[in-house]
Design a protein around this ligand. Structure first.
Ligand code: NAD
Ligand code: UDP
Length: 319
């Protein structure tokens, strides 16, 4: 990414802020974060503000998107991503996934830039094929409570491919599986901050359902590395990026307890509707096409994440 000029839509979010940092570390000439702070926060990029080439712009990308000057890459990470966020913001989620994504594509087209769309394992819905390969078309309830996110992301992939096929835009699609790390919001409702917060406060772990559903957790540093490799490749097909180590939510609670050295008992709460029963990426494409695989173990990633949450909790931030 040395010398490249990059826009990161959703740059003040969890993943976006790590991406901006990585791009600057790689020597990018210009990194512009565009974010309306719907689910992100200025504090996520505050440490980057003094760095040469970094700009933070507050803008809703559904209301138009213009960036002065030449650009080489547009990364589109703008969208609420946690199930409780998109349940609270269903229209915003659908608009940013549709209108916002098209504005990002138009910007890339106008600048002759590569466009990378942050898609998701949610496009596989509650998968009937396991592990999930990119050629699986998914099992999504188009009218359920998660549909505002899942269908917006499916539309985003379709739109990205239309711009690639009919407008000649160079596009990439990354299908991101559950990712965790520093700068997640303690109260964003996702299982990692939920369990880490509970462990640090000595509270019970709120396991939804019987906890037998599975997820595969990728540390943010690995995820961003996969994203950058994909952007630099010439791969137009979607690529799964995630950690194939799969575990039940119950096992995950025990892993957090061990890493944090605390937490109460497991208490079961109702399983949200349409909660996928299993999820594990097949990362053959990432391995073969990008030379990528995750390097950070769950134990190491949890240590880093917990230590970050301890610090921000002490400062009263992270919520
Ligand atoms: P996040 O909520 O922390 O970041 C999303 C950012 O987008 C926020 O800063 C938010 O303010 C911004 N945004 C939302 N609507 C916007 C709009 N209209 N205009 C400008 N900015 C807007 O979420 P995240 O976990 O960092 O996820 C980033 C992307 O990666 C999302 O597109 C998400 O769907 C995708 N993804 C994330 C995960 C994960 O595990 N974190 C998994 C799959 C996919
Ligand atoms: N979950 C849980 N307790 C919580 C939060 C989530 O048991 O406090 C479960 C949730 O039902 C799902 C898994 O953990 O099965 C992962 O949820 P998350 O919201 O992190 O992401 P998802 O993969 O569902 O998008």
């Amino acid at each position: 990414m040395k010398g490249q000029r990059v826009v990161v839509l959703g740059g003040a979010g969890f993943l976006g802020s790590h991406l901006c940092e990585r791009l600057l570390d790689d020597g990018a000439a210009r990194v512009v974060s565009v974010d309306n702070l719907l689910t992100g926060a200025e504090r996520n990029v505050a440490h980057l503000l003094g760095r040469a080439g970094f700009e933070s712009v507050r803008q809703d990308i559904t209301e138009g998107l213009s960036v002065e000057g030449p650009l080489d890459y547009v990364f589109n990470l703008a969208s609420p991503a946690s199930p409780i966020d998109y349940a609270k913001l269903p229209l915003e989620t659908m608009r940013v996934g549709s209108v916002g994504t098209e504005n990002g594509l138009k910007l890339a087209e106008a600048k002759g830039a590569v466009f990378l769309q942050a898609s998701t394992s949610e496009i596989y819905g509650d998968p009937l094929v396991h592990p999930q390969r990119e050629d699986y078309w998914g099992n999504v309830n188009s009218i359920g409570p998660r549909a505002c996110y899942d269908e917006a992301k499916r539309y985003g992939e379709a739109l990205t491919m239309v711009y690639a096929r009919t407008r000649g835009v160079k596009t990439r699609i990354i299908r991101i599986f559950n990712t965790y790390g520093p700068r997640m919001r303690l109260n964003d409702g996702r299982v990692v901050p939920a369990f880490v917060g509970q462990a640090l406060r000595g509270e019970d772990f709120t396991v939804f359902g019987d906890g037998s559903q599975t997820r595969s957790f990728c540390y943010v540093k690995d995820l961003i590395d996969g994203m950058v490799r994909l952007a630099l490749s010439d791969v137009t097909e979607p690529v799964n990026i995630g950690n194939p180590r799969e575990m039940t939510v119950r096992e995950f609670a025990e892993a957090v307890r061990a890493a944090a050295g605390g937490g109460g008992k497991i208490v079961c709460q109702p399983l949200p509707k349409d909660d996928p029963k299993q999820r594990q990426p097949d990362i053959t494409r990432a391995r073969e096409w990008l030379g990528w695989e995750p390097r950070v173990s769950l134990e190491e990633g949890l240590r880093e994440t917990i230590s970050w949450f301890r610090t921000v909790a002490g400062q009263g931030a992270g919520s």
